[in-house]
Design a protein around this ligand. Structure first.
Ligand SMILES: Cc1cc2nc3c(=O)[nH]c(=O)nc-3n(C[C@H](O)[C@H](O)[C@H](O)COP(=O)(O)O)c2cc1C
Ligand code: SF4
Ligand code: SF4
Length: 425
């Protein structure tokens, strides 16, 4: 089987699957169970300053259900750890001692004051953990106190705090980024400028997941009131993939390791993050939904896929899709495809016809043959938009096939319709 061992920003783990900083990594009991199950690493639930811990609300989670599928999206209004700092530090030290081969990273969030970072770094270093992750991402509760996303949305603060941390510790410093920004490159470049050893993303997306129409308040409601929270789970994966890819192909961030987070529930999700440049991946919602045993499928699935494709190890696949991520203006406008219906698989539901007829290009003819409904693509009208393929309820029934046009590659920068076009080379 392919070699799944991972070296990320100098941190070693037996596989690239780490648990993200969240309830699954809140205490020794959980992290030990996870390591026993086979997780390669864990980012401990975010620690705050010494003193009385934060206080959480009772109700704190909300979910997005789609057609009966639970937790497609997940929302929380939880804060950082609500356990005493010294208890967490003692447990971290013990876990690292007992599990030396696993990656153990400690997530931190303290006020934007150099002394606060300096002092917590010294105590964390004493645990012998493998690195720290700066939580500049939490969008609720802590940001109102000038921490979390309040730092992560201001590149100058990211750079400043990262630099402090690099000055005050020898441990690798990962900077966890918030997706609640207009352009992820500002924060990513600031982290690099500050000397970050890596970035990890995404933290949760600002959201109101639902409104309780009986209580007339956002869910989850706390004694009749609700507030915005952090959104995660499978529904946020596309946002995370895009942000990871943007950083991976940014020349200013070249070589900066990326830990991919957001909606990872299967080996395939993980493989997509790796292909777009993530050197390790982190999982939260899927573990909260299905428990730690999902690591078996993640590891086996990723290993089998690497074997099947002939990739010997993780470096062979990390970033492999990045050269194929481009800007829209460089896509080939002469590339032509049309839809094809496999009549043997078709169940005659008519969804392709109605989707194309009402909202696309009137390119699926609905007829009757021997009294039975029949659907056929009209090649001359089909623009190849894919809508019918996605709307069709039968997997593999509609496929898109390439049409040979004999025309050369032509992108928008070269197109005659573009008033700003450059001469074709
Ligand atoms: C209940 C809950 C609590 C979380 N707490 C933290 C936290 O303390 N620190 C942190 O950096 N991220 C925290 N996160 C964010 C996760 O680490 C992760 O970035 C996010 O959930 C996206 O991954 P996922 O889609 O696999 O859940 C939390 C997420 C959830 C669901
Ligand atoms: S690919 Fe688009 S245009 Fe072609 S048949 Fe399907 S929906 Fe219609
Ligand atoms: S949507 Fe698919 S199954 Fe339904 S009629 Fe069209 S091709 Fe057949």
């Amino acid at each position: 089987m392919a070699d799944l061992r991972c070296t990320f920003a100098g941190i070693k783990s037996p596989n690239p699957f780490w648990l993200a900083s969240a309830p699954p990594t809140d205490k020794e009991y959980n992290v030990v169970r996870a390591f026993k199950a086979g997780w390669g690493g864990a980012v401990w639930k975010t620690l705050g300053e010494a003193g009385p811990p934060v206080v959480n609300t009772a109700s704190r989670y909300g979910t997005l259900e789609v057609n009966g599928q639970r937790m497609v999206g997940f929302n929380n209004i939880e804060l950082i750890t609500d356990r005493p700092l010294e208890v967490n530090l003692r447990e971290i030290k013990q876990v690292k001692r007992d599990w030396p081969d696993r990656a153990l990273i400690v997530s931190l969030m303290v006020p934007c004051v150099e002394e606060s970072w300096k002092s917590i770094l010294a105590t964390v270093e004493d645990t012998a953990c493998d690195g720290v992750e700066l939580n500049f991402g939490c969008p609720h509760g802590m940001s109102e106190r000038g921490m979390g996303a309040a730092v992560g949305q201001v590149p100058e603060y990211i750079e400043m705090v990262t630099r402090w941390c690099k000055q005050h510790t020898r441990m690798p410093v990962l900077v966890k980024l918030t997706p609640n920004v207009t352009n992820i490159l500002g924060p990513a470049r600031a982290a690099r400028q500050g000397g970050a050893d890596a970035v990890s993303l995404i933290n949760t997306v600002n959201s109101i997941i639902a409104v309780d129409l009986d209580a007339m308040a956002p869910a989850p409601t706390v004694d009749g009131k609700g507030t915005h929270g952090g959104y995660c789970g499978p529904a946020v994966k596309p946002i995370a993939l895009h942000m990871v890819a943007e950083i991976a192909r940014d020349p200013h961030c070249a070589g900066l390791p990326i830990s991919g987070i957001g909606g990872i529930a299967t080996w395939r999700d993980a493989a997509e993050f790796l292909a777009l440049g993530a050197g390790s991946v982190q999982v939260c919602t899927a573990a909260m939904h299905y428990g730690f045993k999902i690591i078996d499928d993640l590891v086996d699935g990723l290993g089998n896929w690497l074997d099947e494709k002939g990739y010997a190890d993780l470096p062979a696949v990390v970033g492999r899709a990045v050269p194929n991520v481009t800007d829209w203006q460089y896509l080939n406008l002469n590339h032509r495809i049309v839809a094809r219906i496999d009549q043997d698989r078709c169940i005659k539901c008519g969804l392709c016809h109605i989707a194309c007829e009402d909202t696309s290009h009137q390119a699926v003819a609905a007829t009757r043959i021997d009294g039975e409904r029949h659907y056929e693509v009209i090649d001359a009208e089909c623009v190849g938009c894919n809508l019918c393929m996605h709307a069709c309820p039968v997997t593999g029934c509609i496929s898109m096939v390439e049409v040979e046009t004999g025309k050369p590659y032509l992108n928008w920068t070269q197109h005659p319709n573009n008033p700003m076009r450059q001469a074709a080379e």
